[in-house]
Design a protein around this ligand. Sequence first.
Ligand code: FES
Ligand code: FES
Length: 151
Amino acid sequence: MDNRKFTIEMEINDEMFEVDILAGETLLYVLRNKLGLTGAKPGCLNGDCGACTVMVDNLPFKSCIMLGIEASGHKITTIEGLRDTPIQRAFIEHFAFQCGYCTPGFILNCHSLVQNHAHPSKDTIKSWLSSNICRCTSYQEIEEAVMSTIK
Ligand code: FES
Ligand code: FES
């Protein structure tokens, strides 16, 4: 790993943080281990499962394959930054989770979807959700939760 040290400013959930990081540390590692924001979950750690999804400037990113240093100058949103949003309520109302491990990543992905697409088609929803994996529930409930938030 690249062990050069940097102090960077990060904007996370509308708050500014000054963080000492190593060049090779991932954003997921920095969020969880340096800032105590454990909502983003480690899963595959290679960009496949989406459990670590956060929003970077309103788009979903897998924080296990993004360096912490790359987050400087961007607006990062983690699940801790969402409060009672329509998609969070929809996940509860549509039973769109079981163990919940994948849920923060799915919620941020879906939140970003409805923010970026006012009226997504079923195909758009399916393709947007294909970046995240859930081992427990069926994807149907998750799709229904997303659809219920679209007017
Ligand atoms: S932990 Fe990041 S995509 Fe799986
Ligand atoms: S609810 Fe358990 S992995 Fe998705």
